[in-house]
Design a protein around this ligand. Structure first.
Ligand code: GUN
Length: 295
């Protein structure tokens, strides 16, 4: 069996064309969606993610405003930047790039973003509404994964999905969305994590394995059953002297070996990553749309 490549880049391009169309229509009605981006510190990975998000905004016609603070910025300065975005009329969505240099203040900072501007879906109000199956801004990576599967014609209803990883950004919300009685979910879900003694015993039973571990190639081909669908959320830098940058990106799964065993698999790069940014654009447009309805 040679696995079908689930082309997140292609699906993202299709969705971004639809989003661009929606942005143009909203802009014509006087609500140009604007995204406020707060970057604290100099982490190179965060810098490159933020640059990619801003470029995607520009291509879609969304206004983006970046506020950059030094790694030494204190809590008061960071909260003041969020408050300014909360108060700014042209900013309908706010993104605080994580991790913050001081991880201890992340919760407080995220909690001060107005829930109606929370394009990441990290505010407790949006997390709670999602859990209850109410309309909410959904976290971008889980939401993007559901759209890759839907647009690839992979039905989840009644399937056994094993999610490996229980982070607040990916594993936990994804497991919740997959289990909901909705068009994108209705699956039977198992969550494995660092406390699971034998992860392979679960992944081998799965129709769909979703790896969100954050360590290179820890999910190997012998851990999935023949014909399983594999979604690889990992973006891990491994040293590669043949590259100009000195590194290359690999997923949590052993992609090459899985090609012969899985029925479908997302590549890294070019799988889940482009969808995460796409869903950020999607949420920003949704913020603008709801704001227009409420004005
Ligand atoms: N850092 C890694 N992933 C994300 C994300 O989806 N949103 C934000 N704000 N920061 C991140």
């Amino acid at each position: 069996m040679t696995a079908k490549r689930l082309d997140g880049k292609q699906i993202a391009a299709e969705m971004r064309a639809e989003i661009k169309h929606d942005v143009a229509a909203l802009t014509q009605k006087g609500v140009r969606p604007g995204l406020g981006v707060l970057l604290v510190g100099e982490d190179p990975a965060s810098r490159s993610y933020v640059t990619a998000k801003e470029k995607a905004c520009e291509e879609a016609g969304i206004l983006s405003r970046e506020v950059k603070l030094p790694a030494t910025a204190g809590k008061a300065e960071i909260l003041a930047a969020v408050a300014a975005f909360n108060a700014a009329d042209e900013i309908v969505g706010i993104l605080v790039q994580l991790p913050l240099p001081d991880g201890n203040i992340e919760e407080e900072v995220l909690n001060t973003i107005l829930p109606e501007k929370d394009v990441d879906g990290f505010h407790p109000v949006n997390v709670g509404r999602m859990m209850l199956g109410l309309p909410a801004y959904l976290p971008c990576t889980p939401h993007g994964i559901l759209h890759i599967l839907k647009r690839s014609g992979i039905e989840l209803r009644g399937k056994h999905v094993v999610v490996v990883g229980r982070s607040n950004i990916v594993g936990r919300p994804l497991a919740n969305l997959l289990s909901q009685k909705s068009e994108l979910g209705n699956a039977t879900v198992t969550v494995c994590h660092t406390g699971t003694p034998d992860i392979a015993a679960f992944t081998r039973q799965a129709d769909v394995v979703i790896a969100a571990v954050g360590r290179p190639h820890v999910i190997t081909a012998d851990m999935i059953r023949e014909g399983a669908v594999v979604v690889d959320v990992g973006v891990n830098r491994v040293e590669d002297a043949s590259r100009k940058s000195g590194y290359r990106l690999v997923g949590d799964c052993d992609y090459e070996a899985m090609l012969e065993r899985a029925s479908a698999i997302t590549p890294v790069p070019g799988g889940v990553g482009p969808m995460t940014i796409t869903m950020l654009l999607y949420n920003t447009v949704e913020c603008a749309r709801r704001r227009r309805l409420n004005d």
